[in-house]
Design a protein around this ligand. Structure first.
Ligand code: SF4
Length: 495
């Protein structure tokens, strides 16, 4: 069952908004769904939603398809959809009977280079403003003229050209425009409170590709909460750093008062900011039915946290756990990475020391450590950094697995091998196009990456020199490269 919270339009221009994974994830992706709403409400446009498990298209032909790419492995879903729609992967193999194919989203915004051969153009930066202009141009112009006209739009990238990242002011609050019981977050009304994060952890694209930190006005957020409550009792607040919203406590208080007055709300917040967890915040979450939450500590020791610009003290972590326990949460997930540059065995030992301390101070409270391995990302001060060798990371992982088990603390780990390929793809250049196709054709599993590596020998770079040209240098972002170098050098002083 779907509840559409707006009035859709129909028209002659047939546009498909494609999500490179299954429909339940598409329905829970706020950015994707909001762009779909923009298309679906645009005059003269007939918008379709497609995903890897739902390719139903009501019109006989599609004029253009847009893909939203959030994860480095989304290319597999892109190829799957193109193949099933019988559209050639490479843009040079497509003729004018094929739809125009374009893409945007976090993966494209950080590094579009490996995807240049597949898309007619790409959108770099915030979707809303740029996407609206693009769709209007596509609707109003002939196929022959359209690409030339799009060249003048800020945020639209054509290979070989320079592009300025599109950045919008948050003038309207983005929320889930279609509620569905098929969504991964069933019937949940998600509201964007803020975009980006001013913390600037040195590995974080959510912060560095979304600067400056922007937030929606309190009054507009409250109006949007009220709108959502007309349709559902499940409300989720979204943003990389929502508690940095200057009126976050007021928003929580508003929700708490509503619940105290008998309004049933199931409240969701993806993670808590460790240094700003308060008793009232936790009480509100618990009142809203949340039993567990997550805090991110990012790195093992205070030394390596200072190096990644996380600046979180052990005392603050212990305090956050204590507040969570004392105010009614049943457990906390503690997220971190291993393999941060210059990590030492002493840093790794710090995890165990911290786990032990948390356990002894919070008896009966459900603690779970969750680890992934460091993936150096474009557009951040760590974009040049070395990714640690897979064998050495697996050794660290096994050690932590064993030692956490001895302590009786739950610990989960991402796959080091998948993280390796993620690090390769995120910093790949345009020569990787055939490699991506080969991986897909071989089935897209880990073995397919190995097989494609063997047959095509792509130029895998595990680090970059600061003087080197980078595959994503064509993007004009803020802060520019020289400021990223200054920041990296500043952080190195903490080692
Ligand atoms: S606090 Fe989280 S969202 Fe903000 S910069 Fe650090 S890792 Fe990114």
């Amino acid at each position: 069952m779907e509840k559409i919270l707006y009035k859709s339009n129909k028209g002659k221009y047939n546009f498909a908004m494609a999500f490179p994974a299954i429909e339940s994830f598409a329905l829970s992706s706020l950015g994707y769904m909001w762009l779909y709403k923009i298309a679906d409400t645009m005059e003269g446009v007939n918008a379709e939603r497609i995903s890897t498990d739902n390719l139903y298209i009501s019109s006989s032909k599609i004029d253009s398809i847009a893909f939203s790419m959030s994860f480095d492995f989304d290319f597999l879903g892109v190829f799957e959809i193109l193949e099933r729609l019988k559209i050639p992967f490479y843009k040079n193999d497509r003729d004018t009977t094929c739809p125009l194919v374009f893409a945007g989203g976090p993966v494209i915004t950080t590094n579009p280079a490996p995807y240049e051969a597949f898309f007619d153009f790409m959108i770099i930066g915030d979707g809303e403003g740029c996407f609206t202009k693009v769709l209007e141009i596509l609707r109003d112009n002939s196929r022959q003229d359209v690409l030339e006209i799009l060249k003048g739009v800020d945020g639209v990238y054509f290979p070989g050209e320079h592009v300025k990242k599109a950045t919008v002011n948050l003038n309207e609050v983005i929320y889930t425009p279609i509620l569905s019981d098929k969504s991964y977050f069933k019937n949940t009304f998600v509201i964007e409170l803020a975009r980006g994060c001013m913390n600037r952890c040195a590995f974080c694209t959510a912060s560095y590709t979304n600067l400056p930190f922007r937030y929606n006005e309190y009054e507009k957020i409250i109006q949007t909460i009220e709108l959502g409550l007309q349709y559902t009792d499940k409300i989720a607040l979204l943003g990389a750093q929502i508690s940095a919203h200057p009126r976050f406590n007021d928003i929580m208080e508003y929700l708490r008062k509503k619940m105290e007055n008998g309004v049933h709300i199931e409240l969701g917040i993806s993670s808590l900011r460790t240094d700003s967890v308060t008793p009232d915040m936790v009480k509100t979450l618990v009142m809203g039915g949340q039993k567990h939450s997550t805090i991110a500590i990012e790195a093992a020791s205070e030394r390596s946290r200072r190096f990644v610009n996380k600046n979180l003290k052990e005392e603050q972590i212990l305090n956050a756990v204590k507040i969570a326990r004392e105010n009614g949460l049943k457990g906390l997930k503690i997220y971190s990475m291993i393999g941060i540059p210059y990590e030492t065995q002493e840093d790794i030992e710090e995890f165990l020391h911290l786990g032990n301390k948390i356990k002894s101070e919070n008896k009966g409270f459900g603690i779970e450590f969750s680890f992934s391995s460091f993936v150096p990302k474009p557009q951040t001060p760590f974009q040049w950094s070395q990714r640690e060798d897979t064998k050495s990371l697996e050794k660290k992982q096994k050690y932590l697995e064993r030692e956490f088990a001895k302590l009786g603390i739950a610990a989960k780990f991402s796959s080091i091998k998948w993280d390796f390929w993620q690090s390769v793809l995120s910093r790949a250049d345009r020569s990787f196009a055939p490699f991506l196709v080969e991986v897909y054709k071989n089935g897209g599993k880990l073995g397919s990456f190995k097989a494609a590596q063997k047959s095509l020998k792509p130029d895998i770079k595990c680090s970059f020199g600061m003087e080197e040209d980078l595959p994503w240098d064509m993007i004009e972002n803020y802060p520019p490269k020289n400021l990223l170098i200054n920041e990296y050098n500043r952080l190195c002083k903490f080692l």
